[in-house]
Design a protein around this ligand. Structure first.
Ligand SMILES: [Zn+2]
Length: 53
């Protein structure tokens, strides 16, 4: 049993687009065309849409 202690702390992150609502990093790439929402806002939008039916 050998554990790999990979200490790669400063891993270069891909440039993610900001959430248009809270400006947090989203899971969308910066080159994404359209409205980018973070998982939280995306969920809230989904809830809002679901309730307005
Ligand atoms: Zn957000």
């Amino acid at each position: 049993m050998s554990e790999d202690h990979c200490t790669i702390g400063d891993e270069p992150k891909p440039p993610y687009a900001e959430c248009v609502l809270c400006r947090k990093p989203t899971e969308y790439p910066e080159s994404y065309r359209g409205i980018t929402l973070c998982p939280v806002c995306e969920w809230q939008e989904a809830q809002r849409t679901a309730c307005s039916g």
